[in-house]
Structures are given as structure tokens and as C-alpha cells.
Ligand binder design. Structure first.
Ligand SMILES: *Cc1c(COP(=O)(O)O)cnc(C)c1O
Length: 404
């Protein structure tokens, strides 16, 4: 088999599984060992040394201890790296653990503590950067302000596209060019490697909350970063030292999820387009943010930088916060819950939840509601939203008439 010529749909099914037939198994082997037998003190010690400094296992050595290496996790990492067109990938216990490891590794390796962060970002990432918890000093800016925000001691530029929660698209190549020699981290969670490969556009690192589309079924938490071999070694070293491991069972579930990622993404994206188009016809909705609409993609990035619009929608309610609160409380088929990218549709209010810790100047509007569109029939999703939006209208009419 010539792996590099496989279509992404085939890669998603086969990557990280190439040796299974030779092992005589069909499903991904799940290795739950917390510790591993040592071949002897000398080779055991050498294995420890190699793995704790971010290297790969060697023939005749040992994996030593689960914090240093796990084969089930390594399979998932290999598969994700292939989909991202990266040399390697390193998995973590959550998306935030992955962000934390990138910040620790890059500030340590460069000896610099300054980060430029393009807003908007996921609320947790914004919170971590603003908190100063890791000793990192952050300058937040808009996409066109990156060059001016750089300092001689800038270790990293962070961006997200489509960005959480407004689905704003950021031109990755333009930011890479503005960043010069400074490495750029792209949070690729919303697009997934099926729609977008940031490393092809010059980014140094592509990060995912694997909790979302990669896992895809709302039953696993994880994070992963795709990058070159040098950065991967630094991230593995950081993971070995700080311990934010992806559990092998979680890696198994996320890897299993990868096989259906292309077909899920295409179906969810088509559903999202249908729902987004219908939402534009509703008078209760003052604005629909969906990257598939030309007015939401002024840089023309859908079809070039990113292969499709994705399956996330954000809407602003004409009735403001009260209407937004009523909508999230009135849906029945949608689940009112944070997170996204699952097979089922979710709805949430970013200002009150995922973006609650964000500074008020950068907080999303309290009229904004975010929808993650799943695999249900789009007509059922539309009917649910229609009922929930009219429930609000009835409340308002009732209130108006009782006032009258
Ligand atoms: C959820 C999310 C994260 C954080 O991931 P966790 O797995 O929840 O730690 C980071 N970035 C984006 C865009 C997210 O949606």
C-alpha cells in the first residue's frame, strides 16, 4: 500500500492500523498497562532516558511506564498526524491540557514568555492565557494587529479558525506571514483535519480538543497537537514531566471515531447549511453566523483555506438575552449543553457558559446562541427550533396582551 496517495476518507479508516493484519487482529489493540517489564537494568534505564526526553521506543527496549509511552495512544497519534499532513502528533488528557503543554514547551524551549493571541478564542484558552497561571504574558489582538503585537521575546502566536463562538474565519497564511519566525499555533477543533490542514499553510502546530468532532460521540475527553518531529519531542517530554496523559481507552475511542469523521463531517455540514438557511428566514433571529454564507466569509476562505463551512452556527436573537435564554430552555430535540461536534445537536449560550471567564471587552454578545448541528434529520431540527422560537413569541404576545 502507498499510504501517501490514499484519499482522506480512506486514511481516516486505515491510518494507524496498517500493522493489524500482521498481528492477526482486526480491532485496535488496547494496552492498559501502567507499567512495563524491563529487559534488564541497562536497557531499561536507557529506555527511560530516551522516552522521558521525548524520544521514541527502540527495538529491544521497554515502554517503561504509561506516563512515558503507550502503544494505543501512539496509534491514534500516528493516524491524526497523517490526517493533518504532519510528521507527528502528541495526545493529551484534554484540549486544555494540550494548550497548556504547548505553552509550557514553547516558552521553555525559546526562553521567552510572551504570547500573542488572536481573539476570539475558546473561553478556556482565553482564560488560561489571561490568567498568567503559567507565567505567560499575553497580548490579545485582532487578526490584522499581529505584526504590531510581536515583541523580541514572543514565543508563540495563537489563533483559532473558525473561531469560537462567532465562527469568524482567520487567514492562517496571513498570520503566519505576519508572525515571521515566531511559531503559530492553530486551534483546528471546529474545522477538523478533514476540512483544514494548518501545517500546509505554514502553521507550526495544529491543535484539537478531541472531545469534539474527532471523538464525535460525546463520550470521551482528549486533546492532540500535530507538528514536526522536533516540536513533538518537546511536547512528549512536557507530557512525561507534567503527566497530562490521554488514557488508552480514550485514545481507542477517539481513534475509532476517526473512521467516521469524514462521513459525519459531510452530513453534519449539510444539515448545518439547511438549518442556517432556514434561520435567516426567521424574524426572531437578527443575525446568522455560518461560514458558508458569503457575508460571513469576507476573505473567501471557505473553498480555499477550509474545504467546507463546518457544522457550527451562531445566531443573535432580536429579543436579546431574554430571547436567547428562552430558546435554549425551550428546545427538545437539541440538548441544552456545552461542547460540540457530537452526533447529536447541542445548543448553548456562550456569554453565560463557555465564554463566561472572558474579559468583558472580548465577551460575546448576550444575545448570541451557539448551535452544534448533529446527524438528525434537518427537518426535525428545524421543527424543534421553530417550536422553541415561537414558544418565545407566544410568551411575548401573552405578556403584551396581559399588559394591554
Ligand atoms: C472545547 C475546546 C477546547 C478545550 O478542549 P477540552 O477538551 O474541553 O479541554 C479548546 N479549543 C476549542 C476550540 C474548543 O472547542
Amino acid at each position: 500500500m502507498a499510504p501517501m496517495t490514499l484519499h482522506p476518507d480512506s486514511l481516516a479508516v486505515h491510518a494507524g492500523r496498517e500493522d493489524l493484519a500482521g498481528l492477526g487482529v482486526h480491532a485496535l489493540p488496547l494496552d492498559l498497562s501502567s507499567t512495563n517489564p524491563l529487559p534488564g537494568l541497562e536497557l531499561g534505564g536507557l529506555s527511560y532516558e530516551v522516552l522521558a526526553t521525548g524520544g521514541h521506543p527502540f527495538e529491544g527496549g521497554s515502554h517503561v511506564y504509561a506516563r512515558l509511552w503507550n502503544p494505543t495512544v501512539a496509534r491514534f497519534e500516528e493516524a491524526l498526524a497523517r490526517l493533518e499532513h504532519a510528521e507527528e502528533a502528541v495526545a493529551f488528557s484534554s484540549g486544555m491540557a494540550a494548550v497548556t503543554a504547548v505553552l509550557l514547551a514553547l516558552t521553555h524551549d525559546s526562553g521567552h514568555r510572551h504570547v500573542v493571541a488572536v481573539r476570539p478564542l475558546y473561553g478556556g484558552t482565553d482564560h488560561l492565557l489571561a490568567s498568567g497561571l503559567l507565567g505567560v504574558e499575553t497580548t490579545f489582538c485582532r487578526p490584522d494587529e499581529v505584526a504590531g503585537a510581536l515583541r523580541p521575546d514572543t514565543a508563540l502566536v495563537v489563533l483559532e479558525t473558525p473561531a469560537n463562538p462567532t465562527l469568524e474565519l482567520v487567514d492562517i497564511a496571513a498570520i503566519v506571514s505576519a508572525a515571521g519566525d515566531v511559531p503559530v499555533l492553530v486551534d483546528n477543533t471546529f474545522a477538523t483535519p478533514l476540512l483544514q490542514q494548518p501545517l500546509e499553510l505554514g502553521a507550526a502546530l495544529s491543535l484539537h480538543s478531541a472531545t469534539k468532532y474527532l471523538g464525535g460521540h460525546g463520550d470521551v475527553v482528549g486533546g492532540v497537537v500535530a507538528c514536526d518531529a522536533r516540536l513533538a519531542a518537546s511536547l512528549r517530554r512536557t507530557r512525561a514531566i507534567t503527566g497530562a496523559l490521554l488514557h488508552p481507552l480514550a485514545a481507542y475511542l477517539i481513534h475509532r471515531g476517526l473512521a467516521t469523521l469524514p462521513i459525519r463531517m459531510r452530513a453534519q455540514q449539510a444539515n448545518a447549511r439547511a438549518v442556517a438557511e432556514w434561520l435567516t428566514t426567521r424574524e426572531e433571529v437578527s443575525r446568522v453566523h455560518f461560514p458558508g454564507f458569503a457575508e460571513c466569509d469576507s476573505l473567501g476562505l471557505v473553498g480555499t483555506q477550509q474545504a467546507g463551512p463546518g457544522a457550527m452556527i451562531a445566531i443573535e436573537l432580536a429579543g436579546g438575552f431574554a430571547a436567547a435564554a428562552s430558546l435554549v430552555g425551550s428546545v427538545e430535540l437539541f440538548t441544552h449543553a456545552v461542547s460540540l461536534g457530537s452526533v447529536d445537536s447541542l445548543i448553548q449560550h456562550p456569554a453565560a457558559l463557555t465564554h463566561r471567564p472572558v474579559a468583558s471587552a472580548a465577551k460575546p454578545s448576550d444575545a448570541l446562541v451557539r448551535l452544534s448541528i448533529g446527524l438528525e434529520d434537518p427537518a426535525d431540527l428545524i421543527a424543534d427550533l421553530g417550536r422553541a422560537l415561537s414558544a418565545r413569541a407566544e410568551v411575548r404576545e401573552h405578556a403584551d396582551s396581559s399588559l394591554g
